[in-house]
Write a protein that binds this ligand. Structure first.
Ligand code: HEM
Length: 448
């Protein structure tokens, strides 16, 4: 049967396409599209022809079988100011070289040494909390994971620069969300928003360059990811320019804390909303750890913790979309995808599809009980993406989330604040639009 020309989808506004609906409905828009029109949907986001793909088999074609036909799409290319030609945003030979070097730097024996450090930094965060106080858990988790990744990348604390780096990253996010879909509009016009954005990016550059210079000079760098990258580059005979190092460090600095910070935030919120799941998790921690801090050797024994994390990443995938651009025309699900079209794969949509998950919107860690994940189609659950561009930080991320969660829950649990709105705002990642206010409850009040 010849391929059909264009899949079904909404007509949209003559100029803006479906941009107004996306801005109004957020993640609900893509979900509505997939449920109304099917596994391949066409719409236009301002001037960008977009194909929403939501069937695991088609996703596998894009990310694995036919991955060479797809490059990073305009959405990510737009992020070049932050990531430069780093691992996340580059393509082709540049990407392949960076991936080899990155993989070498991320060798397992390095990651294993991070568990104790994650415990220390988490304990430092927890030590600031008081029984009964309201906290913005999102803010706390982002700050903590930023401190952890800075330590791993540069081998030292960034002290006061951390505050400024966090502020600059927030400005970047606001800028990204404002420009979403409007990439043809120039951002060099000196509007107050654009100027603020440029200032923030310049400051972030300074912080990163300073940290690289300091890291290169210091003895500590041997035990940092920066040191790992430098020696991996030397092994491959690839001398690193400051610009290349800046791009990789900026990429890892951002990807290495934003996603894990969000995963921890959404997990604490889900546990606050589901005391029965929280009780099971606490019981497991009690049995496996008793009174002592978690170590790397404990992680495989924390089965329920693992299910909770998997379920949280299913419902609130921090990197909630994988987007590509077709290099050549191809066929997906019987439809022609033209050259240059954007292909959007939204984990939020697929991981909440009732065809693969019973009661898809319910938080049920038990659904991950032994063996059930293997019965799923391969790309029904893919919070870390897949194929050659699978997340390079996956193992580290899962370790950090489990260790930090176990460390937090030994001392505190959280309850949601009634009336505080909680809604994910899709930007580059899935951030909670209003932060997440929760009440901290000390597990042993006399001890804190
Ligand atoms: C829960 C935590 C995390 C989630 C859900 C996540 C998710 C993802 C996803 C979906 C991709 C694929 C993007 C695409 O195909 O377009 C990706 C790529 C990537 N991630 Fe993660 N990530 C996490 C943690 C991390 C951490 C901790 C680091 C670094 C320390 C990291 C570094 C990267 C990099 C560099 C890439 C690009 C890899 C490449 O294209 O070769 N991520 N991540």
């Amino acid at each position: 049967m010849p391929a059909l020309r264009r899949p079904p989808g909404p007509k949209g506004h003559f100029l803006l396409g479906v941009l107004p609906e996306i801005r109004a409905e957020d993640v609900k828009f893509a979900t509505r599209m997939a449920r109304e029109y099917g596994d391949v949907v066409y719409f236009r986001v301002f001037n960008i022809p977009t194909y929403l793909i939501s069937h695991p088999e088609f996703i596998e074609e894009i990310l694995v079988t036919n991955h060479r036909n797809f490059i990073k799409a305009v959405y990510l290319r737009e992020s070049r100011r932050l990531f430069g030609d780093g691992l996340l945003t580059s393509d082709g030979e540049t990407w392949l070289r960076a991936r080899r070097v990155g993989q070498r730097a991320f060798r397992h024996d390095h990651i294993d040494t991070y568990a104790d450090m994650i415990v220390r930094y988490t304990e430092r965060t927890v030590a600031k909390w008081r029984d009964g106080e309201a906290r913005d858990v999102h803010r706390d988790m982002m700050r903590m994971t930023l401190e952890i990744i800075a330590r791993i990348l540069f081998g030292r604390d960034l002290a006061d620069d951390i505050e400024e780096a966090a502020a600059a990253i927030n400005v970047y996010f606001e800028h990204f969300a404002e420009r979403f879909g409007l990439y043809v509009l120039p951002d060099w016009i000196p509007t107050p928003g654009n100027l603020r954005y440029r200032r923030a990016m310049r400051r972030l550059d300074e912080i990163i360059y300073d940290a690289i210079r300091e890291g290169r000079r210091s003895e500590n760098h041997r035990h940092s990811l920066l040191g790992g990258l430098l020696s991996a580059q030397a092994e491959y005979g690839l001398p690193a320019s400051d610009q290349q190092l800046r791009d990789e460090m900026a990429t890892l600095f951002f990807t290495g804390h934003e996603t894990t910070g969000l995963a921890l935030t959404w997990t604490l919120w889900l546990l606050g909303e589901h005391p029965e799941a929280e009780a099971k998790l606490l019981e497991e921690l009690e049995t496996v750890l008793g009174e002592r801090p978690v170590t790397l050797a404990d992680i495989p024994k924390l089965k329920y913790t693992d299910w909770v994390i998997k379920e949280s990443l299913r419902l609130y995938p921090p990197a909630y979309a994988v987007v590509r651009e077709a290099l050549n025309p191809c066929e997906i699900g019987g439809y022609t995808i033209p050259q240059g079209a954007t292909v959007a794969i939204i984990q939020w949509v697929v991981q909440r599809d009732a065809r693969w998950f019973e009661e898809p919107d319910a938080f049920r860690p038990e659904r991950w009980a032994d063996g059930s994940a293997e019965r799923l189609p391969k790309f029904a659950y893919f919070p870390f993406g897949g194929g050659p561009r699978l997340c390079i930080g996956k193992d580290f991320a899962l370790l950090e989330i489990a260790v930090a969660l176990a460390t937090i829950l030994r001392k505190f649990t959280f309850r949601t604040v009634s009336g505080h709105p909680t809604w994910p705002l899709p930007s580059l990642t899935l951030r909670p639009e209003y932060g997440i206010q929760m009440i901290a409850r000390a597990r042993h009040p006399a001890a804190v």
